[in-house]
Design a protein around this ligand. Structure first.
Ligand SMILES: C[S@@+](CC[C@H](N)C(=O)[O-])C[C@H]1O[C@@H](n2cnc3c(N)ncnc32)[C@H](O)[C@@H]1O
Length: 413
């Protein structure tokens, strides 16, 4: 008999291509590996049924569900990733997209030839614009932005925004390979002169290829992306009886781990997405909670942290209060035959390991679920902020983030 918690390297997908289909669209911290969602769908999926991802991020599970033949609802509080998840799962017809791309090529070509003239394109309000972008980059991005704003077809517009968002980040002064907003060293600024149009067009070409492959595989199902916050007792529209949950919640509160809002801020402001600035505050554990956290497998760890740093313990507690609330909501909107699969990391705070996998298992059992198994996998190809210091001490990294747990529970018969 298989131990209910076991390491299984067949879930590492060390050599797999994680950028097939629309998965190639946009980088994001701590993205789920498509192969993990795919394998879970093969095991627990219900063709024609409904999948829920309450923390859908860029929509990895939604893309996989729609190719497997499940309808899907994804929720996320970050407007930038909702846009990405929609673009990945609601493609425009290719011939329409191609007409727009040809037209856009002409427009950019024309803009290149008039580049010595001051650009007429309107520049949006972006906080600290001059700190993050050179004047030339601002001009070029504004030309692209103005073009995208003129596109009426939402699916085409979203497709263009996704490539624009990555381009804006890549052409900014932010340091490559950093999720947090960190500016490149002063001596590099003057020499940084990216080819904005070229970068944008390369991304469009890459994404179009992925989209074409996705369209071939996508089944005729519904996919909805919403801003529902299940931690606040909100329930998503669509099916009220989900058959499968595949999700990867944040590993912890955004103050020390992955600042999703910070990662998205520049592009979100360029695009004009509302509420992008409050993402980290409304994220799991982002604000003080006055709720009560019953005893659970994380209690001893939180007490240990409290003895070292009271404030930090409150933040950690707030995160688990949110996670518990969200699990309670999910238990109330899932079907009798539901399987829930949570991909979580047992991170460390102040040197204390928090057994989040056991917390998820224990909390689901409070709401009428049984633990089926926990698969421990290595993280060879998931882009994690491994070099981020969990204790906020430069240079100190957290090795426990090199593996994650897939916790699988099913409703009691
Ligand atoms: C680990 S990421 C998910 C990544 C996703 N699986 C992917 O492949 O892109 C966690 C996500 O949870 C979102 N989030 C944080 N708090 C949330 C909440 N209370 N409700 C919904 N989403 C939340 C964050 O914005 C982030 O996008």
């Amino acid at each position: 008999m298989v131990d209910t918690k076991h390491k299984d390297v067949s879930w590492d997908f060390r050599k797999s291509d994680t950028k097939e289909y629309t998965h190639c669209f946009h980088n994001y911290p701590a993205m789920m590996i498509p192969q993990v969602a795919r394998k879970l769908l093969e095991r627990y999926g219900v063709r024609g049924g409904w999948l829920l991802d309450p923390y859908c991020g860029t929509g990895t599970s939604l893309v996989e569900a729609s190719m497997f033949g499940m309808n899907a609802v994804g929720c996320d509080i970050n407007p930038l990733v909702r846009l990405i998840a929609s673009a990945k799962t609601a493609p425009p017809p290719l011939h329409i997209l191609d007409e727009h791309l040809a037209h856009l090529d002409d427009a950019l070509m024309q803009a290149r030839f008039t580049e010595d003239n001051p650009c007429a394109a309107q520049v949006p309000q972006v906080f600290n614009m001059d700190y993050w972008f050179s004047g030339r980059v601002v001009e070029y991005l504004s030309v692209i932005r103005e073009y995208i704003l003129s596109v009426r077809d939402k699916a085409v517009r979203d497709f263009l925004w996704v490539a624009f968002s990555e381009t804006a980040r890549e052409c900014s002064y932010t340091k490559n390979g950093e999720f947090k907003l960190v500016r490149m060293p002063a001596q590099k600024l003057d020499a940084y002169d990216p080819d904005v149009f070229g970068i944008f067009q390369d991304k469009l070409a890459r994404n179009r290829k992925g989209l074409a492959a996705y369209i071939q595989r996508r089944e005729n199902v519904e996919v909805l992306v919403t801003d529902t916050n299940t931690a606040n007792d909100e329930t998503p529209p669509g099916a009220q009886s989900f058959d499968l949950v595949i999700t990867s919640p944040p590993y912890g509160d955004s103050s020390t781990i992955v600042a999703y809002g910070q990662f998205s801020r520049l592009s979100a402001e360029w695009i004009g997405l509302l509420n992008s600035r409050k993402v980290d505050r409304i994220s799991m554990g982002g604000s003080r909670k006055y709720g009560y956290l019953p005893d659970s497998p994380v209690t001893p760890a939180i007490e240990e942290i409290r003895a070292i740093d009271r404030k930090r313990a409150l933040q950690v507690e707030a995160f688990y209060i949110d996670l518990r609330n969200s699990i309670k909501t999910i238990a109330s909107i899932t079907s009798q035959r539901v399987t829930v699969c949570y991909v979580v990391g047992n991170r460390r705070v102040k040197g204390v390991t928090l057994p989040t996998d056991e917390f998820v298992e224990d909390t689901f059992s409070d709401f009428g679920f049984s633990h089926k198994e926990t698969i421990v996998r290595n993280i060879p190809n998931k882009r994690m902020p491994l070099a981020n210091s969990p204790s906020n001490i430069a240079g100190r990294t957290d090795s426990t983030m090199r593996e994650e747990c897939i916790v699988v529970c099913q409703r009691d018969a």
